[in-house]
Design a protein around this ligand. Sequence first.
Ligand code: PLP
Length: 371
Amino acid sequence: MKIQDFLTEQWMNEHERQAKINLTDTSAAPLSVDDLEAFEPGFLKGLTLDYGWITGDPGLRQEILSLYVDQREETLTMTNGALQANELVMNILLKPGDHVVTLIPGYQQFSEYPRWLGCDVTEVPFDESNGWSVDFDALEAEFARGTRLLVFASPSNPTGTWLDREQTRQLADLAARYNVWVLCDEVYRSYEQDELSISDIYKKGVATGSLSKQFGLAGVRLGWVKGCPELIEEVNVFRDYTLICAGPLSEKAALTALRHKNEILRRTHQIIERNKADLTVWLKSSSNFSCQLPAKGTVSFLKIPERLSSREFALDLLDETGIFFVPGWCFGKDGYVRLSLGREFDDLPGVLKTLEDWTEQYLDRKNVAIS
Ligand SMILES: Cc1ncc(COP(=O)(O)O)c(C=O)c1O
């Protein structure tokens, strides 16, 4: 069976370079080598570019383990980004015919990849009318069918849905009752006190993570899987066939960043809060857009005027203003575009005014075209 196109990736690939203002990126403002150099001058000096440590530099492993409650060595392995971490875990846990549940709108890898593996995939919608919350009753109804794996992201892309500590426990209890594996992609985690990793409280809870989003280091391609030792052992077997190692350059950059995680995460937090403040002011006055800004994560889902095709809207907006969005269409959910919360903008209020004014004119043009 041929795997379907990954629509958001293709959209980014086709249109991102045309963007003058990227209002849709999922990563926080990226860091540079110079930023890392400022943290630790000469951090790459003398680095030998062999394969390095196969399952990860010991110092880096310690830094990543320190992000979790369960810090046992055998619960962690390194990958090239969270994307590969998810792929390895699904490959190991799933076989054709298994029932997989995922939450939509969500990251396409979670539905398409298991489908490609021959699994029976059920997409459970987030509750749109209740701030894109998780519908636990719907999940339970699916689990009762004999689900092998629930796979989703928290915080989520694109809705920003985030399970707090209590909800994470609720999910772990529910999954335990039905003996379901839970793969929670925690790539958008900000590692604050009020967060809890599914891998820290549930034997069959697997977390994946990376430095791509909150750390602004997507180009480092450093991710990981955190799970029970038995699963990690199996991931390591697959790793030998698919990646060998993350590589010393990436590992050194990752180690340097993680040693300074508090500064980096504080910077990201400040950028997000600044953007949210500007967005809140704009949303109050906007007659065309609405959005429930999420508590966590670097993205949210912005509702565009009714009856517009999100794809056409995003293309016309990009052509005429240079403002770039990924349309909800890429997530199978028209009527929305994905809104970035973590990028640095010179003048976000000005950009939002351009967006509002252009949309007014666009709607007028559309009305004329219809009448
Ligand atoms: C939910 C989710 N998981 C994984 C990724 C990819 O992460 P990485 O860059 O760590 O491979 C993305 C990127 O957009 C994402 O949204």
